[in-house]
Design a protein around this ligand. Structure first.
Ligand code: CA
Length: 662
């Protein structure tokens, strides 16, 4: 070997060993990330955020994260609903880019997701709890997720090896499983990303019994606009189906069951009108905030473990939710709207030695930023096609000069449960411009404009104020710019805006005969099913097409009449178990009267034009009223069962007739 060659080898070895030791050194220093995420956690229900519940001392542990780290006052989502928000969390992209527009429909797990990249760069990745995206998770060394919405009590988990069930409350169990992974599953020689995702405080708000008892004694302050009449806003706010007054159910939501204290109170005092709304608000808050207290206790368990184990020093802890929620503001519960309570989401971060304690940040942050932030913390590369920005500079107190000045929002899930119209909009930190589209008005659009500084509760749209013309022009240009920046297709890529047809029938347990045309029926107007026999008739001209004829509820409680490969199917869900009675004869083409009967003991017959097609047995009558709306010609919202290739029924249907027997 010549001297030159030897020198070259030595040089190469030196470079290699420098790179190698550099990697080892960095790996040892890279921080762990614990991402704690809840479902529907309103920022108003975190003490550190202030607001009408600030004095209730609901969240001492979350307040600790805020005190020791940074609280984001202006963290927002891009589409305020569960599954799409989670798709954005994993992909760092808006809904139109990751393909998850609504709670229904599949998520493409094969696409790029931050955890796959983290894992390639030496992080262990684990996901435990609710993800609400059907199909096997990818990019996680370990995952254990609730099926769909999951159960509050004795939850089941899907894993790579099958299903497990644990006894207890989901918030406690999810923490147990996460701590179990930290103690026994994680390899402490390399950094980790642990995602702990609670089901709580999602509807129907079931706190652990130890907490529920205490909270049922409490009374909470009301928001100022509990009795909003929507006079300052357009059609969408008037026509929603998410009010405490009309939509919130006594039995399922507020657990008013015979013999309960709540039932006794109502029996004795018979509150009406505003007093009844006030009573429902209190019962709602007792249950919802009880769930929050459970989440907070469990956040405390995680913080304690990090401290005891010594992991705390090199672990970033972040807390957020898939979106905000209405706690009686505008008379509502639920989410979906671009109004502040649901558009905003809580975001807290603690990073010892990096984030100075007690910071409150007011920059515009959005859930498209989370994926890039995780990658940035890990020192992993950030793909160009992710659409957010890492907030690591903000965490370090170092705001980039070119930080964004506006946010884009787009909500798609209509027609569907809660009847919130499709809309998109732009928010610049002061003014919020919203375009509702697919409306039954000339031009098909309604616009609203709010000055969030002077009207923080967004009670009065000033879109028609002549003085706002200049502001509107600037905001419309900004909306256009954002649509181009994020490459939003026309109407967001979902071009089927089906016209909503109003359903017949009215709320009330005494009504037994119903007729509903194709479309969505608000849950308050759908038949009350508990304990009843049902007879359901669908009339149509059959042309060999599959689809869902009628469905109410979801995979927890509900039913669906649908056609698969030409054969009628009757599926009923009770307590997360689905039973199906299937005809194995195909329908004959032509005029069709399809009738299903189900007795109180669960005997089912399916008839076509008066002839028996199938008989069978399901476990019995409905034991809980389904949460979701009734839909004719489709299954909107969460699905009763997996329909495979059968989707919305494509042809005309005469109004479906439903008869109940008490
Ligand atoms: Ca949610």
């Amino acid at each position: 070997m010549t001297g030159k060659a030897v020198n070259r080898v030595v040089l190469v070895l030196t470079v290699l060993s420098t790179v190698f030791s550099g990697v080892v050194l960095r790996a040892a220093q890279r921080p762990n990330i614990v991402w704690i995420f809840s479902d529907d956690h309103a920022y108003q229900a975190i003490g550190a955020y202030g607001g009408h519940l600030a004095d209730e001392n609901l969240t001492p542990n979350l307040d600790t994260i805020a005190r020791e780290g940074m609280l984001f006052e202006r963290a927002y989502v891009g589409n305020s609903i569960c599954a799409p928000s989670r798709a954005t969390l994993l992909t760092g992209k808006h809904s139109h880019k990751n393909g998850k527009f609504t709670n229904g429909g599949p998520f493409d797990h094969d696409q790029q997701q931050f955890q796959k990249i983290l894992r390639q760069h030496g992080y262990q990745t684990a996901m435990i709890g609710k993800i609400h995206l059907s199909g096997a998770m990818q990019g996680f060394d370990y995952w254990e997720v609730l099926p769909g919405q999951g159960r509050y009590i004795n939850p089941q988990f899907i894993t790579e090896k099958g299903r497990n069930e644990y006894e207890g409350h989901s918030t406690d169990i999810i923490t147990d499983r996460a701590l179990n992974w930290l103690k026994n599953g994680a390899d402490t020689s390399s950094p980790f990303m642990l995602m702990v995702h609670y089901k709580a405080p999602h509807r129907n708000w079931q706190p652990a019994e130890r907490i529920a008892e205490k909270f049922r004694q409490r009374t909470f302050p009301e928001p100022d606009n509990l009795f909003d009449d929507y006079s300052g806003r357009g059609t969408a706010a008037h026509k929603q189906d998410m009010s405490i007054e009309k939509t919130m159910t006594m039995r399922n939501d507020l657990k008013v069951v015979p013999g309960s204290k709540r039932a006794e109170y109502l029996e004795k005092h018979q509150p009406e009108g505003r007093n009844l709304i006030r009573w429902k608000y209190q019962a709602y808050m007792q249950d919802y905030l009880g769930c929050i207290a459970g989440v907070d206790e469990n956040v405390g368990r995680i913080l304690n473990y990090l401290k005891e184990s010594g992991l705390e020093k090199n672990t970033v802890v972040m807390y957020s939710s898939d979106q905000g929620f209405y706690l009686g503001e505008h008379g509502w519960f639920d989410k979906r709207f671009m109004y502040e309570e649901s558009f905003r989401t809580p975001l807290l971060a603690r990073w010892p030695g990096v984030i100075k304690p007690g910071q409150r940040n007011r920059d515009l942050v959005q859930n498209i930023d989370f994926a890039e932030t995780f990658l940035d913390i890990a020192g992993a590369p950030i793909p160009d096609d992710m659409q957010g920005r890492s907030i690591v500079p903000l965490l370090k107190g170092d705001r980039p000069d070119n930080w964004r000045n506006s946010l884009y929002y787009h909500y798609y899930e209509y027609p569907a449960v809660h009847s919130v119209r499709r809309h998109e909009g732009v928010f610049n930190g002061r003014y919020k411009l919203i375009r509702f589209y697919g409306m039954d008005v000339p031009g098909g659009e309604e616009w609203e404009l709010f000055d969030v500084k002077n009207d923080p509760s967004e009670m009065q749209s000033i879109y028609h104020d002549p003085e706002m013309a200049g502001t509107i022009q600037i905001l419309k240009a900004e909306l256009d710019r954002l649509r181009k920046l994020y490459e939003v297709p026309e109407n967001g890529g979902l071009d089927i805006v089906r016209k909503r047809k109003s359903g017949g029938g009215s709320a009330g347990k005494d009504k037994l005969n119903f007729s509903f045309p194709k479309g969505i029926v608000p849950s308050a107007s759908s038949p009350y099913l508990v304990g009843r026999a049902i007879e359901l008739t669908a009339k149509f001209n059959y042309a060999n097409k599959d689809g869902v004829m009628v469905a109410q509820g979801g995979a927890s409680h509900g039913y669906a009449l649908w056609i698969k490969d030409g054969c009628p199917q009757w599926s009923i869900a009770r307590d997360d178990k689905v039973s199906t009675v299937s005809a194995n004869k195909k329908l004959a083409p032509g005029k069709q009267i399809l009738m299903v009967t189900q007795t109180k003991t669960g005997s089912v017959t399916i008839k076509s034009n008066g002839n028996d097609l199938a008989t069978g047995k399901v476990p019995g009558a409905f034991i809980e009223q389904p949460l979701d709306s009734l839909s004719v010609g489709m299954d909107s919202g969460s699905q009763v069962t997996s329909y495979g290739r059968a989707k919305a029924y494509p042809d005309e249907l005469e109004p479906v007739v439903i008869r109940l027997t008490k």
